[in-house]
Design a protein around this ligand. Structure first.
Ligand code: SAM
Length: 253
């Protein structure tokens, strides 16, 4: 799997790629990440990549030519691979489909993509019309650039790759996973067993069942908590699970 990322700020990616449980996947190229700066493909001493919008108005717009040349360089680099695979060009944009688990799972099973991070007011529409295959949004808000969205997609996809999480299969117990019937995760606790928020306050214990060692009771408790939290915060996910026949009689009790 390979992701080529077109960004005016490649330096934003280095700390992320070197941190946390996913770092080995990037270091070993299990998830290969290549960073491309359109500025390296821009003209003139100033290597200009943006210009004022036609029609006036605030801000700047990313110019077509550096992006076209950058994309051509990526395509050439990919074509030289032993086993080249076609890569869709994905633009991060508020226009796109909001990223959800089912889409992340599909990306995680795929060969990768060319990810385009917008900046300023966005990208000249003619480049989008000519070269972009899909658009992805992180949600109904505006970021300063597509880099955080690219990092979100990369991270979500990488943690689903085999062997990336220390505890294989633990992602199946995460929120939205079909193995959890698309529900939200249950609450988690660790030591100390009793936590005293302040000297004059009573200690707050861990739920007793979690200390019982009774596996079936713990599983039932976790499922009930998952159902409770989902009903409280995302009731439509309960409806979806019910409609898909994923809720048992015990769940409904
Ligand atoms: N003028 C644009 C608008 O109102 O939709 C916003 C441009 S934003 C300041 C600059 C870049 O950030 C966009 O081109 C896009 O790549 C990225 N971006 C902003 N919000 C995003 C979101 N919700 N999801 C994904 N990318 C986003």
């Amino acid at each position: 799997m390979r992701f080529d990322i077109i960004t005016l700020f490649p330096e934003l990616f280095a700390p992320f790629l070197a941190s946390g449980v996913t770092r080995r996947a990037y270091a070993s190229d299990q998830v290969a990440v290549r960073l491309w700066n359109p500025r390296d493909h821009a003209d003139g001493n100033y290597r200009r990549v943006d210009d004022r919008p036609f029609g006036g108005g605030p801000g700047m717009v990313m110019m077509i030519e550096p992006l076209v040349r950058c994309l051509a360089a990526i395509r050439a680099d990919r074509a030289a691979l032993a086993e080249p695979v076609p890569a869709p060009v994905v633009l991060f944009s508020p226009i796109g489909e909001v990223l959800r688990h089912d889409r992340v799972a599909r990306w995680a099973d795929g060969p990768g993509a060319i990810l385009l991070c917008g900046r300023y007011e966005g990208i000249d529409q003619r480049f989008i019309d000519a070269h972009v295959d899909a658009q992805i949004s992180l949600g109904d808000f505006v970021l300063s650039g597509g880099e955080i969205a690219a990092l979100a997609l990369l991270d979500a996809v990488t943690r689903l790759q085999p062997g990336v999480l220390n505890d294989a299969g633990s992602h199946q117990l995460d929120s939205f996973n079909p193995a959890l019937d698309g529900l939200l995760d249950c609450p988690h606790y660790t030591r100390p067993e009793h936590w005293q928020p302040a000297p004059d306050q009573d200690p707050v214990p861990v739920p007793e069942v979690l200390l019982s060692g009774h596996h079936a009771h713990i599983e039932r408790w976790r499922r009930e908590q998952s159902l409770r939290i989902t009903a409280q915060h995302r009731p439509e996910l309960i409806q979806n699970a019910r409609a898909a026949g994923r809720l048992s009689a015990a769940d409904e009790a």
